[in-house]
Design a protein around this ligand. Structure first.
Ligand code: NDP
Length: 246
């Protein structure tokens, strides 16, 4: 029970990697707060998780909507008392080569993947600074480290998240708040289901471990970073990618 009674908020957690992180944390005793764009999806996941865990809560929240984010964090603080752990996981893609990419594709990805991290972190940090305790884990991507054809918007956000992580770690260390990033490689979720089979096979072959990752591979790394075992780890970027960046 490495996270016993810790209040952990995971964004974009109705499915995919976020859901797996929420399940991993719940299994370690955390009180889980699922947040996702669709309240209906959140309620479905709560129902599923409640079969195994009692302390599962959730809210519909769009990470790009600053006033909604503020209201939800205020509700969490009121209803659960605090926020100990925040995982900024919500993310989208809208791929196109840069010369064909529309302004809308650019703006949407920046708003969710980058501004969303700012919006949620700002609210969580208000609580964490006061309490002088907190763990923030930002889900970046290997694409933020080495770029990717057709993903100029996504790569910009995921590199940006690494810069935010290092800056936040410097600013918040004295308040006992650890801030780290995880860079998943290619993970089998609905996000990668949209990619052509040919590209996925190529990515598999490029990784020394020769497979796609699972959401649980990422959840395991997030568990370590949220636990006291990582209390001297901050500002780091942990690749969980089967070695694809080598
Ligand atoms: P999924 O698309 O499976 O899930 C993402 C979740 O985030 C969905 O539930 C989605 O809701 C939610 N979401 C999207 N936009 C918002 C928003 N504005 N506010 C709140 N929630 C939102 O993605 P993955 O699980 O695959 O990815 C999770 C994270 O991991 C992302 O940040 C992604 O960039 C990163 N990542 C994923 C990799 C992969 O290979 N899968 C590789 C590297 C990084 P909705 O259903 O409404 O869209």
């Amino acid at each position: 029970m490495r996270l016993k009674n810790k209040v952990a908020v995971v964004t974009g957690s109705a499915r995919g990697i976020g859901k797996s992180i929420a399940e991993k944390y719940a299994a370690e005793g955390a009180r889980i707060v699922l947040v996702d764009r669709s309240l209906e999806d959140v309620e479905k996941t709560i129902k599923e998780m409640k079969e195994s865990y009692s302390e599962v809560y959730g809210y519909g929240m769009d990470v790009t909507d600053r006033s909604q984010v503020q209201q939800v964090f205020e509700r969490i603080a009121k209803e659960l008392g605090t926020v100990d752990i925040l995982v900024n996981n919500a993310g989208i893609t809208a791929d196109a080569q840069m010369y064909k990419m529309t302004g809308e594709q650019w703006d949407n990805v920046i708003n969710v993947n980058l501004t969303g991290v700012f919006n949620c972190s700002k609210e969580a940090v208000k609580i964490m600074r006061e309490k002088e305790y907190g763990k923030i884990i930002n889900i970046s991507s290997v694409v933020g480290l080495y770029g990717n054809f057709g993903q100029v918007n996504y790569a910009a956000t995921k590199s940006g998240v690494i810069g935010m992580t290092k800056t936040m770690a410097k600013e918040l260390g004295r308040k006992n708040v650890n801030v780290n990033a995880v860079c998943p490689g290619f993970i089998a979720t609905e996000m990668t289901e949209k990619m052509p089979e040919k590209v996925l096979t190529m990515m598999k072959e490029k990784a020394p471990l020769n497979r796609l990752g699972t959401p649980e591979d990422i959840a395991n790394a997030c568990l370590f970073l949220a636990s006291e075992e990582a209390s001297f780890v901050t500002g780091t970027v942990l690749s969980v990618d089967g070695g694809i960046v080598l």
